[in-house]
Design a protein around this ligand. Structure first.
Ligand code: 542
Ligand code: MG
Length: 221
């Protein structure tokens, strides 16, 4: 039986990057996915927007939904302040195993907590099992039809405080119409769209950046 795409990505990382160098890991994955085999990483073009958001926000607690091969996990964790922590949820055991190897290769295992499980099961448990108060940044990049239900779950569990940022990948391609409608029309969010392209292609895509304003929202009831 042949290898899987995540296994081939891990091999490319081990072959073309330096242990302990997150930047070289990110570059090795981008290089592989640009020239050898496309994969659903946020990629280098949208990745620069992610970098800017992280550097501006300086989040101390980050939640990522959908680890896949830990490309964005490594990219984000690399830019976090020393005391910051990133929790990433991945329910596919094979992907999670590859992601763990890539996180360790990058030397970021101290900053990143990879949980193997479904967002719907784990979001309600994060407060008591990991002593999380609230998240400063949530990066949504899992199944596109789960962005909205998981956002509502985060609200319900009190895991967002005013000023928290939701950064959502793929709001154009494959698209997350119900999520976009919600964050753009709810008084609980101030939302803005960062136009870009689908990773490693010329297709239109972009990131939605939504600031949580609080459950009461501002003014409008
Ligand atoms: C639902 N709760 C969940 N809890 C934990 N992990 C979850 C998860 N849902 C999905 N996952 C995991 O996240 C990953 C899923 C990501 C889904 N992403 C996409 O479908 C996607 C798809 C495209 C894409 C775009 C164009 C195209 F032609 C083909 C694909 C581009 C992207 O950037 C994408 O992010 C997997 O590793 C999966 O096991
Ligand atoms: Mg994506």
């Amino acid at each position: 039986t042949g290898s899987t795409r995540p296994q081939r990505i891990l091999r490319a990382v081990q072959k073309n990057s330096t242990r302990g160098s997150p930047c070289s890991v990110v570059n090795a994955i981008d290089d592989y996915c640009k020239h050898k085999e496309w994969a659903m990483n946020v990629g280098d073009e949208k990745g620069i927007i992610v970098d800017d958001v992280v550097l501006e926000l300086k989040p101390i607690t980050v939640l990522e939904l959908g680890t896949y091969c830990a490309y964005s996990t490594v990219r984000i964790a690399n830019l976090l302040p020393p005391e910051a922590k990133l929790i990433t949820l991945e329910f596919n055991a094979e992907s999670a195993a590859i992601a763990r190897e890539i996180i360790t290769w990058a030397g970021l295992e101290e900053k990143i907590q990879l949980i193997i499980g479904a967002s719907g099961d784990w979001i309600p448990r994060l407060k008591e099992e990991f002593g999380i108060e609230t998240f400063d940044l949530v990066f949504l990049d899992h199944w596109k039809d789960r962005y909205l239900p998981d956002t509502k779950l985060l609200e319900k569990c009190g895991l967002l405080k005013p000023g928290a940022v939701l950064l959502a990948d793929n709001v154009i391609c494959p698209g997350t119409p119900d999520y976009l409608d919600y964050v753009r029309n709810s008084p609980r969010y101030k939302s803005k769209f960062y136009r870009s392209h689908l990773e490693y292609t010329q297709e239109e895509d972009g990131l939605e950046h939504s600031v949580f304003l609080g459950m009461a929202g501002r003014g409008a009831e």
